[in-house]
Unconditional design. Structure first.
Length: 246
């Protein structure tokens, strides 16, 4: 309860409790209406009425401030929780052949092998990685058609540390090599990307072809393709951003 001695002469004390903000607003409105009516009748002095109005205006602001404080508390908690959400990345690889690839038209059912080099840069405050990945796939059997991949989707690299979100890792296929078949029908594959000051290779490897974003059983992914000009092979990289807590 508000101490009655603190109120000026001629003003009515009003009970105040934060547990019932709606009643405060109602009482303040009623008392203000009462004071205005009394001022019209000539009982209190105009100065007292003015001071009383100012007092009730101050009390009327208290519920609004309390509501504002209560409203901001959940928002601050949510922002704090969102700031704890980080990410780690997984990169998968898959190799396929275009419908007009020479190995599909001449060597269906033959065996071969492929290897390639991937330059990877994945740097953050909590985790830093830069290097060359060199996966190889022996005993590949050339499928009967272009709808089936030469190499099924395989995990190439995955982060073990959760870190802040700083964009996707930079990943580039720089070289693809291998062979298919035996004897006179053997097809050698040696594709690299072009470099400044060097002649364009016959079987040029074009990396960084952006594919459509998608999702599968592992989650959301961003896909990029490296394609060879003459051998018509595709190396597809899928980058999965995996949510985690720092």
């Amino acid at each position: 309860m508000i101490d009655q001695q603190r109120w000026h002469r001629g003003l009515v004390p009003v009970p105040f409790s934060f547990s019932d903000l709606i009643n405060i607003v109602g009482l303040a409105g009623s008392l203000l209406g009462s004071r205005r009516h009394s001022a019209g009748a000539g009982h209190p002095s105009p100065r007292c009425v003015a001071r009383g109005c100012m007092r009730f205006r101050t009390v009327g602001r208290i519920p609004a401030l309390v509501l504002l404080a209560f409203g901001l508390a959940p928002a601050g908690t949510a922002l704090g929780a969102a700031a704890e959400l980080g990410v780690r990345h997984r990169i998968d690889v898959m190799v396929s052949a275009e419908p007009d690839a020479p190995i599909l038209s001449r060597l269906k059912g033959s065996k071969g092998e492929l290897s390639f080099t991937v330059r990877l840069s994945a740097n953050s405050k909590e985790s830093k990685f830069f290097g060359m990945l060199r996966p190889s796939f022996p005993d590949i059997v050339i499928p009967d058609g272009a709808g089936r991949p030469l190499v099924q989707q395989t995990k190439l690299w995955e982060e073990e540390v959760c870190h802040q979100r700083r964009g996707l890792p930079k990943v580039t296929v720089t070289q693809l090599g291998g062979h298919f078949g035996e004897g006179d029908g053997r097809i050698e594959i040696s594709a690299i990307n072009r470099h400044i000051g060097v002649l364009v290779p016959p079987d040029e490897l074009t990396p960084g072809i952006k594919l459509d974003q998608g999702s599968d059983s592992f989650g959301l992914f961003y896909a990029f393709r490296a394609q060879t000009r003459n051998s018509r092979l595709n190396v597809d990289l899928k980058i999965y951003p995996i949510d985690c807590f720092l």
